[in-house]
Design a protein around this ligand. Structure first.
Ligand code: G6P
Length: 606
């Protein structure tokens, strides 16, 4: 993970770097650092903890200069302490790094044998030391960086700055994303275009294996073999409003409340309202496929879980789902007649990207469902479908999830039509239900006060169980994940029917059990499981609709009433309590909602 930034500017570099780092803090926040060049002389500052710590240090010990690099870290090798914080310096070289240098031990042993002393436990320091070694041996900084890159294995995005070289910065990309920003008489590098948005919208994305030599007037780009290459300069317009908290206390709150509008926006690109039909922006042929393989990580994986029910029940196509880190290494056999779909908000998750690379050439279609159109997963798939949620800043994914579901729902309908599993009337019914989903999500959000009230008690619990059946089972998983990551309370999601096979042993009056139960065909079954909990003294928070509340709220600890929904879109509507219960429980506990401990939003390491 980690966020990196660099500037060759014509104004003080420190404030620009700090502001950019703030926009990259979602990538990691256990330490941060910055190095600048003032008339060729390099100085650096590093601090443990969030960027505010580095800001405090810089207020006491300011850094001048118009060129510099900065870093916000999510530790992989070595504890989160000052020594391990980036930039790493050796001789005249300073380096910031995102990713993992896989052969760092070998390189470290080699350099140690030559008498080099290491100041940190990181994999990154070998990059600085190796480059400094080449410079000491007579190479120019550019030659030294090229020679260093040739020795590195693993995944990385790197930024190099050199003492005495006021107008030089080197950037390299292998496996981890890196964007070059073109200013007026200024050049920038950043882990994503979003971070560079206030500085420039003129962006060049480095391709796999590329490295670039930057001066204030431009960038010369080379491929992995050292051949000069041209890479497209694109105008990337990021809506500034979307990366602002507005009147909300947290990005997460803002992103939860944005869901009705972003879902509607996403759906408008996938539905034809006049014909009440699906109209996909790219052509996908589901008719001859054997099965679908859906792969993702984290919350995006729970979107795959929901989609499995849709594709199997509506389109009658078998679906295999897996988390990317398992899928990529178990070498699943492929028949060549599968459609493989990779779902990722960031489009940069290392495991999901590796899984995509595994199936490329082995599956009939490789599709990406992403929120960042220029991302690696988007670019490497045969076709890419955008979820159009707008920038999602809070580490815990919310609006991306409901937009992923929106897009996957349209794919399920399209697949069902192509495979003759539904007729035009069936399509119209489902499209109508889907069109109404954003409005139902808005109504569910109106129940926030009831969720906030329940959260005051949930915050006192040590363990919490979430139950759901059918497509609501993945929502139980998502509810538990959200609660764990935000409030640090242990939580588990279970299929309601599985409770009696073990987890019911946990039930007593100190373990709240949250039950997602819309009044659908499975309602009675879920209610029976809920009764089993209450019969053992369990404390049930029932989340249902009015009909469900009338039938089953007797004896529950609390009941929260959501709007009645078509079962097809219930997963989107029940995402709201999964999110808001976690949000308010975290507020009650006083944890860091937008940046929970130990996490990062974009996981670009294995
Ligand atoms: C991290 C984030 C999650 C996200 C997951 C997958 O763990 O904290 O919110 O669901 O990565 O990310 P992706 O960008 O691939 O959807």
């Amino acid at each position: 993970m980690c966020g990196i930034v660099g500037i060759l500017g014509n104004r003080p570099a420190t404030p620009v770097i700090m502001e950019t780092l703030h926009r990259l803090e979602y990538r990691g926040y256990d330490s941060a650092g910055i190095a600048t060049l003032d008339e060729g002389k390099m100085q650096s500052r590093r601090a443990v903890g969030k960027l505010s710590e580095l800001e405090t240090l810089l207020a006491e010990q300011p850094l001048s200069g118009t060129s510099g690099i900065g870093h916000t870290r999510w530790a992989t090798h070595g504890a989160a302490n000052v020594e391990n914080a980036h930039p790493h310096r050796a001789g005249t070289v300073a380096v910031v790094h995102n990713g993992i240098i896989e052969n760092f031990r070998e390189l470290r042993d080699e350099l140690t044998a030559e008498g080099v002393n290491f100041a940190s436990d990181t994999d990154t320091e070998v990059v600085a030391q190796l480059c400094a070694r080449y410079i000491a041996a007579g190479k120019t900084p550019v030659e030294a960086a090229a020679a260093t890159l040739a020795r590195l294995q693993g995944a990385f995005a790197l930024g190099f700055l050199f003492e005495g070289e006021h107008d030089l910065m080197i950037a390299a990309r292998r496996g981890s994303p890196l964007a070059i920003g073109h200013g007026t008489g200024e050049m920038f590098i950043g882990s994503d275009a979003l971070a560079l948005a206030p500085l420039t919208n003129r962006i060049t994305y480095l391709e796999e294996g590329d490295w670039a030599v930057l001066t204030r007037t431009g960038a010369e780009i080379f491929d992995a073999l050292g051949n000069p290459v041209e890479r497209e300069l694109r105008i990337v317009n990021v809506d500034q409003v979307m990366i602002d908290k507005g009147s909300y206390r947290h990005f997460m709150a803002k992103e939860i409340h944005e869901q009705p509008s972003v879902m509607a926006f996403a759906l408008s690109h996938y539905l034809n309202p006049e014909r009440t039909a699906v109209s996909l922006p790219v052509e996908i042929d589901f008719s001859g496929l054997d099965r679908l393989v859906l792969v993702a990580c984290g919350t995006a994986f729970y979107a795959c879980n929901v989609a499995k029910y849709w594709f199997e029940q509506i389109a009658r196509i078998p679906v295999e789902i897996d988390v990317a880190s398992e899928f990529r290494y178990r070498e699943p056999p492929m028949s060549g007649r599968e459609g493989a779909i990779f779902i990722s908000q960031s489009g940069e998750t290392a495991d999901t990207l590796a899984a995509l690379r595994y199936v490329r050439g082995k599956a009939a279609h490789v599709l990406a469902v992403v929120n960042v159109p220029e991302s690696s997963i988007s670019r490497e798939a045969d076709a890419s479908l955008q979820i159009m949620a707008g920038p999602e800043i809070s580490v815990a994914s919310t609006k991306a999830f409901t937009c992923q579901l929106s897009v996957l729902a349209t794919l399920a309908i399209a697949a069902a039509r192509q495979r003759d599993a539904i007729d035009a009337t069936g399509e119209t019914r489902l499209v109508k239900a889907l069109t109404g989903a954003p409005q139902l999500v808005a109504q569910a959000i109106k129940q926030e006060p009831a969720m906030e009230a329940a959260s005051r008690d949930l915050a006192k619990a040590r363990d919490i169980l979430f139950l759901g059946r059918g497509p609501l089972f993945p929502l139980a998983l998502e509810g538990a994940l959200k609660l764990k990551e935000l409030s640090y309370i242990h939580a588990e999601g279970y299929p309601s029917g599985e409770l009696k096979h073990g987890p019911i042993a946990l039930i007593d009056d100190s373990v709240p059990v949250i039950v997602f139960a819309p009044s659908d065909d499975l309602f009675d079954k879920t209610v029976s499981n809920m009764e089993e909990v209450m019969a053992r003294g369990g404390k049930v928070l029932l989340i249902t609709d009015e009909q469900g509340a009338e039938a089953a709220s007797h004896g529950t600890w609390r009941t929260i009433v959501l709007p009645a929904t078509d079962p097809f879109v219930a997963p989107m509507v029940y995402a709201v309590p999964a999110q808001l219960l976690a949000y308010h429980t975290a507020l009650e506990k006083g944890t860091d909602v937008d940046q929970p401990r130990n996490l990062a939003k974009s996981v670009t390491v294995e």
